[in-house]
Ligand binder design. Sequence first.
Ligand code: SF4
Length: 199
Amino acid sequence: MEYAKACFEDHSQPLQERMSREVIRRLYELPLPELLFRAHSTHREHWNPLEVRMSTLVSVKTGACPEDCAYCAQSSRYEDCVPFQPMMKVEEVLETARAAKIAGSTRLCMGASGRSPREGREFEAVLAMIRGVKALGMEACVTLGMLSDDQAQRLKEAGLDYYNHNLDTSPEYYARIAWAFCMPWQTLPRLPIRFPSTA
Ligand code: SF4
């Protein structure tokens, strides 16, 4: 327990280097109340515990994904998939961003279904959305699946603050939940990356 704690508290190394398998295993084995206590303590060290920061999530393109990730309602291969909504118009998204800002959000997160962003009009639209959101004085976050280096670079140049990437399971287990393609340990932009717990 103390080993994992020490590794986390040693800020001389980047987080990725401190997160060895051993550290993760020891954290995993901690009792839940201890984990909660540590999480709250760390949060209180850096933030006002009574303050909530709001982000708004917009699905800018929904459903009709040809992949078959077993947990995902956006896959067109399952009967209970969500209805398809093509890429939203940039102005529609910015309208949502303005409303979100008025309601108190400081960040707009834009998610699009699919394995990778489609080059051309769709990707250009996402870049325009990011620029528009930034021009409103908000943070911009996207989740688009696998990226090429060039796409990652263009997202960064458009002003993207965060790339939201879901790690669903380990590479060893991935083939059991997504048959069409293997674990996307893919290109990620050199931006802060958030790892949410759900897709
Ligand atoms: S690639 Fe993404 S959108 Fe498509 S089924 Fe898998 S998780 Fe869902």
